[in-house]
Design a protein around this ligand. Structure first.
Ligand code: S3P
Length: 444
């Protein structure tokens, strides 16, 4: 989709939010289900797939690399894979649009196959660092034939003819780096090991096991993990049920906490502990969030979350919690703006290299709406006063989560909040406006 055509949107204070809603499927699992399905011999059925632009670009890439990927009905997809190491050389450029996850995971999968592919993306993705992925993939035996500005897209990657199993310690906690190495390691003989000092989301490990791979996970230090994969074995097809995305649920959740009188149930939300840092933090702030009907399906836990409007207080969020809520800081900063007292969010360096420089974009958006905010090194400090004047115009910088976070702000601030582009929301949360308006919000 062409995001040159911007579509501004304004949120204004309405009444309480009420009702039940299911946000779309988890983005991380949706990308992985398509990629693992494509590396499997046989048919993988996926239900609840997120049909956002990011994931649709991964589906296109899997087709270009030789897999058969079909949409059967809404959220229902079928993938016929080519087997580990079985990708064919794509004819055109693989365009991942706005998606770092799609691009980096597919780089890993291509690195383990003897094919050459060119990776590209939109203006936002072209600014994001790829050297962090190329470094371990080159150790495995892949080569970057061309790369822009020392590590940006577009880049051309030649996969390894004889992939080498490696032991790799990730320089930053990143599920994308970990997953790229493990995907390349699938085709290597012997054991590929990734060591991370802070555990990042573990959907790749869970899905690898679900598809029959031999994976060992051990503790590493206080917060880390060591993941070992035995390569050169085929993956067996397995159905994947995609739960609702906690990173998307975060927006109606915070909206319901902030709009007085709200009482909302968000159904089927994944509650994998490596994704629930926002819920932990909001509860510490005084949020009334109740998990109902905890259950598990296809290797992931989920629950229905009942969220009631709550008075929030500022808290300190430790750096060690960042990996479990890395995508939730924009909306947490909005919640913190309505809290009483300062919220200090520590260790947010990685926010600078997301779809936008989120540290800068969040601070600018808060300031434009009359919130006291400071960046100190890698920490974000929001001085909550229990109320937000609003009335500001927010620049989204091609970042879906900046757009959604500030629309949530406008649902509770004194004056409306306008974002300059809501079209970008379709990358991760198609139907966002309809869902939130269905609960009683006003967007126009
Ligand atoms: C993701 C990992 C995170 C996250 C992204 C999705 C994934 O990125 O921000 O939205 O699915 O692996 P990093 O691994 O770079 O932290």
């Amino acid at each position: 989709m062409d995001h040159a055509a911007k579509s501004p949107l304004t949120a204004r204070r309405a009444g309480a939010l009420k009702g039940r809603a299911r946000v779309p499927g988890d983005k991380s699992i949706s990308h992985r289900a398509l990629i693992f399905g494509a590396l499997t011999v046989g048919e993988t059925r996926i239900s609840g797939l997120l049909e956002g632009e990011d994931v649709l670009n991964t589906a296109k890439a899997m087709r270009a690399l030789g897999a058969t990927v079909e949409r059967v009905a809404e959220g229902q997809w079928r993938v016929h894979g080519v087997g580990v190491g079985g990708f064919r050389a794509p004819e055109g450029v693989l365009d991942f649009g706005n998606s770092g996850t799609g691009c980096r995971l597919v780089m890993g999968a291509v690195a383990g196959c003897p094919v050459t592919a060119t990776f590209d993306g939109d203006a936002s993705l072209r600014t994001r660092p790829m050297k962090r992925i190329l470094d371990p993939l080159e150790l495995i035996g892949a080569h970057a034939l061309s790369v822009t500005d020392g590590g940006r897209l577009p880049l051309t990657l030649a996969g390894a003819r004889d992939p080498i199993p490696i032991v790799y310690r990730t320089p930053v906690p990143s599920a994308q780096i970990k997953s790229a190495v493990l995907l390349a390691g699938l085709a290597a003989p012997g054991e590929t090991t990734v060591v991370e000092n802070e555990a990042s989301r573990d959907h790749t490990e869970r899905l690898l096991k679900h598809f029959g791979a031999e994976v060992r996970v051990e503790a590493e230090g206080a917060h880390g993990r060591k993941i070992t994969l035995r390569g050169e074995s085929e993956l067996a097809p397995a159905p994947v049920v995609v739960p609702a995305d906690p990173s998307s649920a975060a927006f109606p959740m915070v909206a319901a906490l902030l709009a007085p009188g709200s009482d909302v149930i968000l159904t089927d939300v994944m509650t994998n502990p490596l994704r629930t840092g926002l819920i932990v933090t909001l509860r510490e702030m005084g949020a009334d969030i109740e998990a109902l009907d905890l259950r598990s399906d296809g290797g992931e836990e989920m629950a229905d979350l009942r969220v009631r409007a709550s008075a929030l207080r500022g808290v300190e969020v430790p750096a060690s919690r960042a990996p479990s809520m890395i995508d939730e800081y924009p909306v947490l900063a909005v919640a913190a703006s309505f809290a009483q007292g300062p919220t200090v969010m520590r260790g947010l360096k990685e926010l600078r290299v997301k779809e936008s420089d989120r540290l800068a974009a969040v601070a600018a958006g808060l300031a434009a709406n009359g919130v006291e905010v400071e960046i100190e090194g890698d920490d974000l400090i929001v001085n909550g006063k229990g109320r937000v004047p609003g009335g500001g115009a927010v620049t989204t910088h091609m970042d879906h989560r900046i757009a959604m976070a500030f629309l949530v702000m406008g649902l509770a601030s004194e004056q409306p909040v306008r974002v300059d582009d809501a079209a970008i929301i379709a990358t991760s949360f198609p139907g966002f406006s309809a869902l939130i308006c269905g609960l009683g919000a006003e967007l126009s």
